[in-house]
Design a protein around this ligand. Sequence first.
Ligand SMILES: *Cc1c(COP(=O)(O)O)cnc(C)c1O
Length: 393
Amino acid sequence: MSFDLASRLAERRAAQLYRQRPLLQSPQGPSVQVDGRELLAFCSNDYLGLANHPQVIEAWQAGAARWGVGGGASHLVIGHSTPHHELEEALAEFTGRPKALLFTTGYMANMGVVTALVGQGDTVLEDRLNHASLLDAGLLSGARFSRYQHNDADSLNLRLQKAVGNTLVVTDGVFSMDGDLAELPALCAETKRADAWVMVDDAHGFGTLGANGGGIVEHYGLAQDDVQVLVGTLGKSFGTAGAFVAGSEELIEAMVQFARPYIYTTSQPPALACATLKSLELLRTEHWRREHLSELIRRFREGAAALGLELMDSPTPIQPILVGDSGRALRLSQMLRERGLLVTAIRPPTVPAGTARLRVTLSAAHSFEQLERLLETLGECWPLLANEDAAHA
Ligand SMILES: *Cc1c(COP(=O)(O)O)cnc(C)c1O
């Protein structure tokens, strides 16, 4: 028996890195039932509270009644149906790009786009804190792969000077584990000077940033000439599932021809596209969710700073509390859970070693009262954690 899984698992456990899946026994929302208990959750990516919205559910149900439940085939065979097509047109209009292409998941969109654009003899440059799907895609592409320092245009510039072939610069729009924004104006300027392309994965920016929820490119006012390849995912603010890439006609046509995770997979259920069309409408037109969310963010940062918690430089609903050690992060998460709150500890390799954190996320579905309860409970647990440290010292 050569696969020594038992010792790999034991090692992971000993390093406080073992993962467990909380069992969700209710729909997504601020109040959830998990492992048999009612908990107040601050860890989903359902930033606008659309994952369980009655109108989105209704659109899905009506879509299933009209279009059935399965996509039935890949897009290029006979799985590309009217709801998929309408959603693509709506996403192109939303992003202000000539075309958009729907993918089944964000992981697949990133894998497909990067590997279709660059290969052997080319260069892919990525922020070192990019999402795993982007890093995996860069490695799989076979292009020369290098990571620049986080959000550092000079570090990027050094690598651009040594780049060969077609060069793609890839960054998260909002960094998923830190909540800060890519410094796109500077990064795009460097990239343009080097005649390279920028790809932004704005999984967490769409719906939360920009006056109309158009994400980081709307926030900074950047055009297709600055960000040639724009990726969004539908499982976060949109509350559904899937992803899209938006860009020029030529880019999208090239993805249809060459992006293997687009070509060799069954299309997502058409009814899901019907649901996303509805959530896109809500996301664009009902601004109160973004306004409430920014009030929650402001209040959380103010309250957490007063408690002496170490926050990150984040203007977004992702508000991690830096803890450092993985065991301590788990312990703090457990203390909160004992008091009825669910905030997951995020540990390496998802984040760099020594930077374990509680990834607090806020949603427009949270009330101010729920937020105060989080702050009060953190105020109670944080000193307890410090006391435990002192006892062990
Ligand atoms: C969640 C996420 C993805 C993956 O999207 P899925 O649709 O969940 O596969 C990709 N990139 C970033 C930055 C993400 O946060």
